[in-house]
Design a protein around this ligand. Structure first.
Ligand code: ADP
Ligand code: MG
Length: 245
């Protein structure tokens, strides 16, 4: 039996009196693509941020490859966090650095990768996201779709075990959504373990192994995409799907 990449037990999170996550117990197995969908305000971003301890859970456990992050010191958490790549809605590229420098930065600073190796890897990753011809460009000259593909390449440069995506296409013009989803689909095909919060139902249907439907701080339904979209089990999910499909 392989260990789950991520295992969450009785996870809860409150901000003051606002209970945002309640009793979440779920696993992400190696190579799985989990798509988290649900209404705005339901706790999806908070959940994703709890997985790499960008938010501190109020109670419960978050284990990464068998190690409970909530019991570790900051240094150990940072070391494990390097194995979790994260891509947000905004691209967060460093504006004063070229695309290549953006990708090389973390491997060189954090992992002390030498310049030649970091450069070679960065070019390989840029090829993978179809942007090696933009290696020397600055972020301000890129389209949103290109910037997001660079952000994905930058996360991959740390050679993560899992990639977390929080609405990676929500800020993009519609014509740029496809190029980013294609890169993500390729990643999934290559076996990357992924947890993706998205409203792109086509992607969810064709790429997800499991759909986690999240609303009101719970994962209300954990199902295959075929089952979830054809036959949602909860009223909450039926209601959500009736509004978006
Ligand atoms: P989603 O991503 O599903 O839209 P969020 O996780 O962003 O949901 O938000 C869930 C709830 O948590 C919302 O009520 C939001 O106001 C609250 N929340 C999120 N982050 C914070 C924070 N840093 N401080 C206080 N409340 C927060
Ligand atoms: Mg969100």
């Amino acid at each position: 039996m392989t260990k789950p990449v991520i295992e969450v037990k009785d996870l809860a999170k409150s901000f003051g009196d606002n209970v945002v996550l309640k009793d979440i117990t779920e696993k992400v197995e190696p190579g799985q693509v989990i798509v988290v969908i649900g209404p705005s305000g339901g706790g999806k971003s908070t959940f994703l941020r709890c997985l790499n301890l960008l938010e501190t859970p109020t109670s419960g456990q978050v284990a990464f490859e068998g190690q409970d992050l909530t019991t570790l010191d900051t240094k150990s958490v940072n070391a494990l966090r390097e194995k979790m790549g994260m891509v947000f809605q905004g691209f967060n590229l460093f504006p004063n650095m070229t695309v290549l420098e953006n990708i090389k930065l973390a491997p060189m600073k954090v992992k002390h990768t030498d310049d030649a190796t970091a450069t070679k890897t960065a070019h390989e990753l840029l090829q993978r996201v179809g942007l090696d011809d933009h290696a020397d460009a600055f972020p301000s000259s890129l389209s949103g779709g290109q910037a997001q593909r660079v952000a994905i390449a930058r996360a991959l440069a740390m050679n993560p075990e899992v990639m977390l995506f929080d609405e990676p296409t929500s800020a993009l013009d519609p014509e740029m959504v496809g190029e980013v989803l294609n890169v993500m689909q390729e990643l999934a095909k290559d076996g990357m373990t992924m947890v993706v919060v998205t409203h792109e139902m086509g992607f969810a249907k064709s790429v997800a192994d499991r759909i986690w439907f999240m609303a009101d701080g719970y994962i209300q339904e954990n199902n295959t995409p075929d089952e979830f979209f054809a036959n949602p089990q909860t009223e909450r999910a039926q209601d959500f799907l009736s509004k978006i499909l």
